[in-house]
Write a protein that binds this ligand. Structure first.
Ligand code: ADP
Ligand code: MG
Length: 567
């Protein structure tokens, strides 16, 4: 192994040479109190920046083991250090030439605390992965600037961001404790017969539709109604009170603009933990809750949507329904069946993004259009069967149809951003004003047959490249020659999750998609490998930009691949 001085000398020697000569610096370098590893060197100043790592021994970093001695705490500390590194590098990263010259950056972070491959912590060391744009003038190496970046800036960054002594001990403690409490709360839900919990005082609204930070000034803090209030004694924070949403069918009603969708959105994202002061730190949802919406235009590969849709025009089969251009109702039906196939235990539906004809068919319409002329069995006629047959709960925002009172176990009304328990009133109204609808859903929900994806229909290659992946933001990935649109998959919150999903699809194809295994089996195996061996297994070289995802979002990507074929 060479040392820091050698690296500086090497970079000075490379000055003014063609950019490709940077390849020579790949390797490990011993600095006075950490190791720098250059894993991948970019081919030109405009290409994606070079990947590097620093390994800081705990004797130098000095993090007390109680900050990482449980899975929750470890993920929280890693998340915290990613944020600190991000904060510090912003002072060093600068434009120093062509392309991305001078860039120093770590994976972007949002409001969620997620397991990322940007930082690892163990008793031995702290490892941080990030990227640097090796500096150039035109296409010639700027050796002196590179020596400054790697030789001087990085040691300072390590000092400021990765040593316990230079960080705020109180803030770190708060970060790990809040995450531990949230994980603990989520773990308690099942025992209490709940699918979600929203703590009193939580701030649910966001700054704007494009800014996920909390709304500050006008935000009305959440306050639970007496009849739905539950209490927990968290390991760190102690007593916490709030609203428990019970298993079964829950309806969220209320006037327009009274906070219904905001509440549901917080529940959707309650499958993840949030940073201190996000406002949703103690909003937790069962880990297998999946948002369902209409998504017209998506492709569908042989999904049995017959529980909801039958007798389509032209006698098209709905037991193995395929299309390259789904309608609102068929897409919503497929989204539900696919979520169930992947193991969802809670469905979350918002009227704002649901297909009306999928949700409800009232008495008058039943009279006008006979059942045998309407392919759709509306969700209202299946939502109870779903709970009775499969134990799958539903939380539904529905301000527009009281017909759902008949099938709801709990009805919550949002009034000026505050929840009220109106279950009793809703039941009384349902008795008094009968809808006189004819239930159309039958006794049973219907069976869910897992599908087997065919390996040749999943091809990540493009031209001479065996694997071509690219991720644009959180809603689109390129997989080989295909584009997969994930804009309607609302529980993907960071780009790194999509990058990891793209890699995991390739991994699934290589390891488990063999023409005999079902989608649930494949998901089980891939997620099991990630759980036991870490997210790194999906890539070849150590990557700092991957973020853990759920099986449901992996399934969502596979299901939206337009070439997918199953049997
Ligand atoms: P609905 O779905 O009932 O029509 P939304 O949830 O879309 O209503 O909320 C309407 C508006 O009110 C949004 O701009 C949202 O940010 C804001 N809002 C929601 N909850 C709160 C709250 N607790 N305090 C202040 N503003 C809120
Ligand atoms: Mg709404």
């Amino acid at each position: 192994m060479t040392n820091r001085e050698n690296l500086r000398q090497l970079l000075l020697q490379l000055d003014d040479r063609g950019y490709k000569a940077y390849k020579d610096i790949k390797g490990r370098y011993q600095f006075s109190d950490f190791t720098l590893i250059i894993d991948r060197v970019q081919g030109d100043p405009f290409a994606s920046p070079s990947q590097v790592r620093v390994l800081v021994p705990q004797s130098v970093a000095g993090f007390p083991p109680q900050l990482y001695n449980s899975p929750s705490r470890e993920i929280a500390l890693r998340d915290y250090l990613t944020r600190q590194f991000d904060r510090v590098v912003r002072n060093f990263s600068s434009h120093r030439g062509t392309g991305n010259s001078g860039l120093i950056a770590i994976t972007a972070v949002g409001q969620s605390v997620l397991e990322r491959t940007s930082v690892f912590v163990s008793d031995k060391l702290v490892e941080v992965r990030f990227v640097v744009g090796l500096p150039a003038r035109g296409r010639h190496i700027s050796g002196r600037q590179a020596a400054e970046m790697l030789g001087d800036d990085i040691p300072q960054i390590v000092n400021q961001a990765l040593k316990y002594q230079s960080l705020n001990a109180t803030a770190i403690k708060q970060h790990v404790e809040i995450v531990e409490d949230a994980d603990w709360l989520r773990g308690q839900l099942g025992e209490r017969g709940l699918v979600a919990f929203i703590a009193d005082g939580a701030i649910l609204p966001r700054t704007s539709g494009v800014d996920d930070r909390p709304l500050v000034e006008e935000a009305v803090p959440f306050q639970s109604p007496n009849t739905l209030r539950v209490e927990f004694s968290c390991p760190n924070r102690g007593l916490v009170k709030g609203m428990g949403i019970p298993e079964g069918v829950t309806l969220i009603v209320g006037g327009g603009y009274h906070g219904k969708s905001t509440l549901l959105r917080a529940v959707e994202l309650g499958v993840y933990n949030h940073i201190p002061n996000d406002g949703r730190e103690l909003v937790v949802t069962q880990a297998s809750a999946v948002k369902i919406r209409a998504e017209d235009g998506r492709s569908i590969a042989s999904v049995d949507i017959s529980p909801f849709i039958n007798q389509l025009p032209q006698d098209r089969s709905t037991r193995q329904f395929s299309t390259t251009n789904a309608s609102g109702s068929t897409s919503q039906a497929a989204n539900i069946i696919e979520a169930l196939e992947a193991g969802a235990q809670v469905l979350l539906v918002d009227e704002d993004t649901a297909a009306t004809n999928f949700m409800i068919r009232d008495r008058r319409m039943q009279q006008l259009v006979a059942k045998d002329k309407e392919p759709i069995t509306p969700f209202i006629d299946k939502v109870r069967q779903l709970y009775n047959d499969y134990g799958v709960s539903t939380i539904l925002v529905m301000g527009g149809s009281g017909d759902y009172f008949d099938v709801a176990d709990t009805v919550i009304a949002m009034d000026n951003f505050q929840p009220q328990d109106v279950t009793k009133q809703a039941q009384a109204i349902a008795q008094q004003y009968r809808t006189e609808r004819t239930p159309e859903g039958g006794e049973q929900f219907g069976s869910i047959m897992p599908r087997i994806p065919l390996p040749q229909s999943i091809d990540p290659s493009r031209g001479h490249r065996e694997v071509k992946l690219k991720v644009r933001d959180v809603d689109e990935m390129v997989f080989g020659t295909e584009e997969i649109d994930l804009g309607a998959v609302e529980q993907i919150v960071e780009k790194g999750q999509l990058r990891a999903i793209a890699e995991a699809l390739v991994y699934a194809k290589q390891q488990y998609i063999d023409g005999n295994s079902t989608i649930p089996t494949i998901l089980e195996r891939v997620m099991g490998d990630i759980e036991s061996k870490g997210l790194d297994i999906v890539t070849n070289i150590p990557e700092g930009g991957l973020i853990v995802f759920r099986r449901f979002e992996l399934a969502a990507a596979l299901n939206r691949l337009r070439t997918l074929k199953v049997r």
